[in-house]
Design a protein around this ligand. Structure first.
Ligand SMILES: [Cu+2]
Length: 116
């Protein structure tokens, strides 16, 4: 019994504690980004370095320029239907930022790598 639980405890202790992350889940952390009348919210999302993350975009307004999102390094223009969460998966860089913007580059935001 003890032999089996110890390695698990070590694994859990090594996990970074982030508020938006589910600590016991092995899946990638999910970050919610909403499209409102102000554009993308939040416009700045802190992510861990070199880690697969999921950006979940949900458009909450009917009429907006941001009915699609372009993520830096991703050639796909992701359409954002109203009230339908769209997940964009990517691996964060070691440092720096990953920008995202609407199709016309009017509304913008960025993932900012912090910690390590
Ligand atoms: Cu736009």
């Amino acid at each position: 019994m003890i032999r089996r639980t110890l390695p698990l405890l070590v694994l859990l202790a090594c996990k970074p504690s982030q508020p938006t992350q589910r600590p016991t889940s092995p899946t990638s952390p999910v970050y919610d980004i909403f499209v409102t009348e102000n554009g993308f919210e939040p416009i700045r999302i802190e992510v861990p370095p070199d880690r697969e993350v999921v950006l979940r975009f949900t458009r909450k307004v009917a009429s907006t320029c941001a009915d699609a999102v372009l993520v830096e390094g991703d050639p796909v223009k992701h359409m954002l239907p109203e009230d339908k969460p769209i997940e964009v998966r990517l691996t964060s860089p070691r440092s720096g930022q990953v920008r995202f913007a609407c199709g016309m580059d009017m509304y913008r935001g960025a993932l900012v790598v912090t910690g390590g």
